[in-house]
Design a protein around this ligand. Sequence first.
Ligand SMILES: [Zn+2]
Length: 274
Amino acid sequence: MTSGKNPAPLWLHIPADIHRRLHCCLDQVVTELSHGDGSIVFFRADDVAVPGRKLARLVDVFGKHQVPLTLAVVPAWLTATRWQWILEHCSRDRSLWCWMQHGWRHFNHEPQGMKLEFGPSRSFSRKRKDLQTGFQRLNRLMGDSFTPAFTPPWNRCDSETLSVLPELGYQALSRNLGAQPPAPAAVAEYPVSVDLHTRKEKDGESGWQNFFKELRESLGNGFCGIMLHHQRMNNAAFDFLELLLSELKQRNLARLVHLGTLLREGYLQEKAEW
Ligand SMILES: [Zn+2]
């Protein structure tokens, strides 16, 4: 969840040559790619649980392009009815979707400074309880569809929270690339390094420049996690997402997977060289 649901400035001013700029970016990756095998790309959609037109449109786009999607679900927002609605709107090919946990109720408990649901303002036992309650709720509602992986709201949490993840059953963690504090060795990390919809730049052009820089560097490094927020998307954002998916599929520079596949294959962060 973000502070507002308005589209970020870059989605209000789409450059006329956006196709050309995406082509240039991907052409550059092809020539610079340090990994002969191509890059790993995964898309993580956050703040999922509440039915709506934009969520339906998001899963429709991924279904149409046959690109796997990791969905980070806020446990307290999910009900059996909502889960049923989501499943009905996802394409029948179940292998496309990976469902993971996003916080407990996506609430900021810090009185000042950076927003955190799992931060220093709360006791270890409360944080542990919230994690466990969320895990159990998703397990109960989703059954086998739930992948025991955690992404903290705002991509950050404290070391107490990280330390308890393995014993509660989490096998993977997804935060921003380079996030601190370090995660326990028993938890595989699959970071995101590209932000499409919650960019902070005040002017659109800076947003586009930084976005393309993130995309080029992440693809070039061999591991590219792309974060999505459907609530902040407008028509232009959906159009660009379709363009990005079709370009990535057409070019042979990336393997498109979801987090569940990486976890099952035992893909380790060392391979990503970051
Ligand atoms: Zn969130």
